[in-house]
Design a protein around this ligand. Structure first.
Ligand SMILES: Cc1cc2nc3c(=O)[nH]c(=O)nc-3n(C[C@H](O)[C@H](O)[C@H](O)COP(=O)(O)OP(=O)(O)OC[C@H]3O[C@@H](n4cnc5c(N)ncnc54)[C@H](O)[C@@H]3O)c2cc1C
Length: 480
């Protein structure tokens, strides 16, 4: 079989994971990335193993997120922060905790099924422990207990929540669920180190793809790219569009049909000095998206850093932050102030203002957190959402033209199903033989990486991008 050549445009989670899948299966891969490093697009911090942060999505999407997250965790275990998530419904919320229980029970039984199919899927603790409910009485009792420096059991994780949440402002029960964190700097480090070891992957960073032409006679894609101010051209058999929120530009160059949205969002980094004699779980305060009471997310990192989301227009969401494409172009147009943030920088005033808004938003429920300060510049970016449903959370890839894959993940954990589908398409085209699918979840390159090298590289990535080194760390590095 002739060794097929594949061009991948974009080195985010989608493009980098695809490069690893295809490179390890023997294809000749060129990965084009505009930025100096891989995985430098929009941020992520939640694995979403069950999608419990989204009350508005279907059970089906939650079950898919659960399965995809388990696969992702098994594939990239070094990216996971093994701490649970606490879900609280404020008194002001229109929902009630009991309404969440049918889905939690469903997810628990789906998890049990997955573990039954393959014992290796037991990566979120025992299925019977997927979630636990806490009454006010139970929390009042936990409040009296000393904190445990390295919590392991659910009750031990719940102690800092019980001591610090204003229990007069939330409904009961509170729910603890085995939803873990996901570290973007460690993913960037691990996948970069891995790709550098795959001989047939050519990593072209600081390189922009500027034009694409299809040669129908030879069945190849002619790609023009600019590297160090020099334009060059090369031919490829297969093309993967993994350009994230700029995917529409690539669709426009090819001339395929499309329907998509792009959303700009930001999360804020705070520092709460001397806060913690223990590790914290993630804490979610549900709320109606886009209103001043939008969901608040309190995500712990080592050394007193907390990443904050607030689903209000003054914090994470923005007026005009969500845009759709038009009939004349596949590329939705974000206003210039968002592009300025992505391509240049934030003003210190806006960083200060929005981070303080986020701190206030979370301090409504964790009063002592009002002492926190700005920790660094925000984590931010634009992401694509295929179709016209802004609440869509599960999407993988489409093949709008022969020899052309368009990646369209909304959540990071969908990247493996996406890469599998691309492998299948390449098999159908005769570029890969049937054995390609057998190694579905194996990557000898990732397995060869040492924890110490990932940790050191992740720290360098964080510092190079002007974030504190602590953000490259995990509060719980090993599976409990
Ligand atoms: C604030 C925020 C929080 C989020 N939190 C989570 C979370 O907790 N969990 C989760 O699962 N998801 C989360 N997401 C979504 C997640 O970040 C995205 O789904 C994911 O990063 C998309 O990855 P990607 O590889 O498809 O795209 P990207 O990461 O955007 O990668 C595309 C890459 O293509 C490059 N590129 C574009 N055009 C060209 C070109 N012409 N030539 C060369 N290179 C090009 C870009 O530089 C970029 O690096 C969040 C998103 C935001 C905005």
């Amino acid at each position: 079989m002739k060794q097929a050549s594949v061009a991948i445009i974009g080195g985010g989670v989608s493009g980098a994971t695809t490069a690893l899948f295809l490179g390890e299966r023997g294809l000749k891969v060129t990965l084009f990335e505009k930025e100096p490093g891989l995985v430098s697009g929009p941020p992520f911090c939640h694995l979403h193993a069950g999608g419990n942060l989204y009350r508005d999505i279907s059970d089906e999407q939650c079950i898919t997120l659960l399965r995809q997250s388990i696969d992702f965790l098994r594939f990239y275990p070094f990216t996971i922060d093994y701490r649970p998530t606490v879900i609280a419904l404020p008194l002001t919320d229109s929902g009630i905790p009991e309404a969440l229980l049918p889905r939690l029970k469903l997810l628990r039984s789906e998890y049990e099924k997955l573990v039954g199919e393959d014992a290796g899927n037991q990566v979120l603790g025992k299925s019977g422990d997927y979630y636990k409910l806490y009454s006010r009485e139970a929390l009042e009792a936990l409040k009296q207990r000393p904190s445990v420096a390295q919590p392991a059991k659910h009750d031990e994780w719940m102690i800092p929540a019980a001591k610090n949440i204003d229990l007069d402002k939330v409904q009961f029960p509170l729910i603890l669920v085995q939803e873990y964190g996901l570290n973007l700097f460690r993913l960037s480090a691990g996948v970069t180190l891995a790709l550098e070891r795959v001989a047939n992957v050519n990593l072209k960073t600081e390189t922009v793809v500027s034009n694409i032409q299809e040669n129908c006679y030879s069945g190849t894609w002619n790609i023009t790219y600019v590297q160090k101010d020099q334009a060059r051209q090369e031919n490829f058999d297969y093309l993967v569009n993994a350009a994230g929120f700029r995917s529409g530009k690539i669709d426009d160059l090819i001339g395929v049909e499309c329907k998509r949205m792009v959303e700009f969002k930001a999360a804020y980094v705070s520092r709460w000095e001397n806060c913690c004699d223990t590790r914290w779980p993630e804490i979610i305060f549900h709320g109606e998206r886009g209103t001043p009471r939008g969901m608040g997310q309190f995500t712990p990192y080592p050394d007193g850093y907390f990443q904050l989301h607030g689903m209000t227009k003054e914090i994470t969401l923005y007026e005009d932050g969500l845009v759709a494409n038009s009939i004349v172009s596949c590329q939705p147009h974000l206003k210039q102030n968002f592009i300025e943030k992505i391509e240049r920088s934030w003003s210190p005033e806006e960083t200060g203002q929005r981070t303080q808004n986020a701190i206030r938003h979370l301090s409504r429920f964790i009063p002592a957190f009002s002492r926190a300060k700005v920790g660094s510049k925000p984590l931010f970016g634009a992401q694509q959402i295929p179709g016209n449903d802004p609440a869509l959370r599960v999407a993988e890839v489409s093949f709008p033209q022969k020899r052309y894959a368009r990646c369209e993940i909304v959540k990071v954990s969908s990247a493996l199903d996406m890469a599998d589908a691309i492998v299948k398409d390449l098999m159908a085209l005769g570029y890969l033989d049937a054995s390609a699918h057998e190694h579905k979840r194996l990557t000898k390159t990732l397995e060869s990486l040492k924890e110490t090298e990932i940790t050191a590289y992740a720290k360098t990535v964080a510092l190079k991008r002007d974030y504190p080194a602590s953000l490259s760390g995990r509060t719980v590095p090993q599976m409990p």
